[in-house]
Design a protein around this ligand. Structure first.
Ligand code: XMP
Length: 430
């Protein structure tokens, strides 16, 4: 690690992530560590230039009042508190954000260099991955989502053909999604990529299954089995690449993070298929992951794509999935995305998609009564997906999308717009 680092010790403030972001915005790398880190552990971290203590109002973690060990103040790094100052701290910052005071601390007191940028990050990670992997092979499940795509591009740069990507098409991908993964990674970047079309297998398992959680379980479980079967066909793989990012680590708690997330992601693979993990993005926030993808030359539409759930269109084709309704979801979603892009809404709206319920309504087509499905459009904005508000779509845009869906999507005679915020609705319908 060549970049200088500021360590934030977590004394219970909810603002630590914001603080880490602000320090990185000033060009200095920053990580959050548990309040009870020992001096030895702190010294083992690379290029530490200073330490910030932040506990918010009361310095309480998990309901217990906490303090840092006195030895932290004697370890030779500049230390500041930005909650209530203790006598031992040299400096106090009054509130967040206070960029001037923060800059003063970083650049005057800690003498940190503003060398945190994606170019340096990539250079470092390429070197670290090469050291970790040597001449051995890394397996990566490449879904085409932002994180797995950026990991793939980074590992490809570091170890080239020693990276083996597996793309499983579960038949619940959006229109042209698998094709674009193949186009970018196989045709353009010449990655070692195995494409598995498991559509029939997934749809077979999902037949007549209407319960949303049961559907999720089947899709998740089947995905692991398909991936495992591919892994067993390959020889001499020692590592598993993963798109773990920094929020995954913070969310699981700074102490137990690595264990929880790793278990969560590879949990399900049998004991005899345990790999060592390669997680080169685990220091990055989401927007840094995107910047890293751009720096690595990935296309913008791959790096800036909206969130897409793991079970894919499976949870948007409501109830028991049928091919007819699945196609209606896929086609209407493609129209929605196309029209959003034309209207510039793809850059503005956080998540937008269509769903098709499992009941029909009466309509008229070609002067005759018809009994067909409806498409519901959903477009929401959110910061953290915990709450969400609807996008107030322009009537003209809604009208255009509606007309196109009615004219182009088979088995559909009605289009609705979902006006519900979260809560009480969730973003997805299942
Ligand atoms: P809800 O529907 O809970 O969705 O408001 C919040 C966010 O999570 C996404 N989501 C999922 N992502 N697997 C995923 O990987 C899932 O099973 C899943 N369910 C919901 C949803 O798209 C939204 O961004």
């Amino acid at each position: 690690m060549k970049q200088d680092m500021i360590v934030i010790l977590d004394l219970g403030s909810t603002e630590n992530t914001v603080l880490a972001r602000e320090i990185r915005d000033l060009g200095v790398y920053s990580e959050i560590h548990p309040h009870d880190i020992t001096v030895d552990e702190l010294r083992k971290l690379d290029n530490v230039k200073g330490v910030i203590l932040n506990g918010g109002e009361n310095r309480i973690v998990d309901g217990v009042a906490v303090e840092v060990s006195d030895t932290i103040f004697d370890c030779g790094y500049p230390v500041i508190a930005i909650d209530h100052p203790t006598a031992k701290c040299e400096t106090k910052l009054d509130k967040l954000p206070d960029k001037d005071a923060l800059s003063e601390f970083l650049f005057e007191q800690c003498k940190a260099e503003a060398n945190w940028n994606m170019k340096n990050f990539i250079e470092d990670q390429v070197e670290l991955v090469r050291q970790q992997v040597g001449d051995r092979k890394v397996l990566l499940a490449l879904s085409g989502g932002v994180d797995s795509s950026v990991v793939a591009a980074l590992l490809l740069k570091a170890i080239g053909q020693q990276l083996v990507c597996v793309h499983v098409n579960h038949g619940l991908m959006r229109k042209n999604e698998s094709e674009s993964v193949l186009e970018v990674f196989k045709n353009q970047l010449h990655a070692n990529l195995i494409y598995v079309d498991a559509t029939e297998r997934f749809l077979g398992k999902l037949e007549n299954v209407a319960d949303p959680e049961e559907k999720r379980k089947i899709i998740g479980g089947e995905f692991i089995r398909v991936f495992e079967e591919e892994a067993r066909k390959l020889d001499g793989i020692d590592f598993l690449g993963q798109g773990t990012i920094y929020p995954d680590i913070i969310e699981s708690g700074t102490k137990t993070a690595k264990m929880v997330k790793s278990h969560h992601n590879v949990g399900g693979l049998p004991e005899d298929l345990q790999f060592e993990l390669v997680e080169p993005l685990k220091q990055l926030f989401k927007d840094e992951v995107r910047a890293c993808g751009i720096e690595l030359g990935l296309p913008e539409n791959m790096v800036y794509r909206q969130p897409f759930p793991g079970p894919g269109l499976g949870v948007r084709c409501l109830g028991a999935i049928t091919r007819e309704r699945l196609e209606a979801v896929r086609e209407s979603d493609a129209i929605l995305r196309e029209e959003f892009e034309k209207a510039g809404l793809d850059k503005k709206v956080w998540q937008y998609f269509t769903v098709v319920p499992d009941f029909k309504s009466v309509g008229m087509k070609n002067h005759a009564r018809c009994f067909e499905y409806m498409v519901i459009i959903r477009a929401v904005n959110t910061i953290d997906a915990m709450t969400a508000s609807i996008e107030r779509l322009d009537w003209e845009v809604l009208d255009k999308i509606t007309q196109r869906i009615l004219a182009e999507v088979e088995h559909v005679n009605r289009v609705c717009y979902d006006m519900s915020p979260k809560p009480p609705a969730t973003i997805e319908f299942e």
